[in-house]
Write a protein that binds this ligand. Sequence first.
Ligand code: CAA
Length: 380
Amino acid sequence: MDFHLTNEQQMLRKMYREFAENEVKPLAEEIDEEERFPMETVEKMAKLGMMGIYFPKEYGGAGGDVLSYAMCVEELAKVCGTTAVIVSAHTSLCCAPIFEHGTEEQKRKYLPDLLSGKKIGAFGLTEPNAGTDASGQQTLAVLEGDHYVLNGSKCFITNGNVADTFVVFAMTDKSKGNHGISAFIVEKDFPGFSTGKHEKKMGIRGSSTCDLIFEDCIVPKENLLGKEGKGFKIAMQTLDGGRIGIAAQALGLGEGAVNEAVKYTQERVQFGKRLSQFQNTQFQLADMHTRMQAAQYLVYAAAMKKQNHEDYSMDASMAKLFAAEAASDVTRRAVQLFGGYGYTREYPVERMMRDAKITEIYEGTSEVQRMVISSRLGVK
Ligand code: CAA
C-alpha cells in the first residue's frame, strides 16, 4: 500500500493542522469545562469545506477523498476530541448514507446543505434495548397512505441536539427480524419529532449526545432511504465508514498525548535531570509513538480501501479496535508521565484520556470489532 500523500493531500493536511492549532486548540479546554457545543467552530469548518470533504462538488462537497477526511479528523482530535467527533458523526453517519443509498432527488434535496455545513447531520440507530444488538430495533414505522408514522425512541445520539437532518432506523416489519428494518431521512421539524435527555459524559463533553423521541412522527414516504427492509444493511455499511472516522479520532487523541508528553518531559526537572533524560521516559515515549504509528497505518489503509471501493469492513474494524485501545493506553501513560500535574485540568492530557475512552465504546465496542474481525476470518 502506497502511503505517500499527493500534493493536494499534503496541502489539506497542513490546512487542517493549522486550523486545529489556531481555531480549535484555544477552545478545547473551555468547551470541555462548560460542556458547550462549539457552533462557532462548525461555522468556520463549513467555510473551509471540512463538513463535506470526500463528496463530489456537484452535491456541494469539497471533492476530496476519504484519506483527507481521516487526516482532518486526526488533526482535529490531536487538540480536541469533541470537535473531531462532530465532523466524524456528521460526515460518516449522515452525509455518507444519504450519498451512498439516497435517490437522486434525496441527494439533491439534502446533501448541499449538509455538505456545505449549513446543516448538521446525525444518525439514529441505538435504542435503550438495542445497543450492541442493533437488530433488536423497537422503534416502529407504519405506512399510512403517503407517509410513515414513527413511534419509539433513540438514545446516545451524537450531534442529537444540534442536528437538522437525521438518518433513522425503524422496524417496518417485525416478523422479518433484521430484514424488517428500514432507514429514513428525518428532519428536525417533522411533526412528532423531538429531542430528549441530554447526556452528561465523562469525555467529549462539548459534543451533544441526547435521546430522540418519535411520537406519531410523520415521515413522508419519499424519505424512505433505500428499500424497505434494507435498513440493517445500510446501518452496517454506514458503521463500516463511521469506524474509520472514530479510528482517526482515536489516532489523533493518542498522537496529541504523545506530543504533549514529549514537550513536558523535556521541561520538567526532578532529581536534577529533565524527565526526558530518564530511560523509563524514553522507553515509554518510544512505545507510545510506535503504537500510534501502527494505528496510523491501519487507519490510512482502511481509508484508502474505502476510497478505492474495495471491501474495507474488516480493515475499518481492525483500525478502530487497534487505534481505540492504543489511544486509551497512550493517553493513560501520558497522564502517568505528567505525574500529579497530569491529573489536574491545568494540562490537556487528563481530557485526552477521558476523551479516548469513548472510542472503545461508540460505533461498535471493541468487542463488536473483534466479532466482525473473527467472523471475517471464518471463525465460528
Ligand atoms: N455490510 C453489509 N451487510 C452487513 C454487514 C456489513 N458490514 N455486516 C452485517 N451485514 C449483514 C449480514 O450480511 C446479514 O445479512 P443477511 O441477514 O441477509 O444474511 C445481516 O447484516 C446480519 O448480520 P449478522 O448476523 O452478522 O448481524 P448480527 O445481528 O449478529 O450483528 C453485529 C452483528 C456486528 C454485532 C452488529 O449488530 C453491530 O455492528 N452492532 C454494533 C452496532 C453499533 O456499532 N452501534 C453503534 C451505533 S452509532 C453510535 O455509536 C452513536 C453515535 O451517534 C456515534
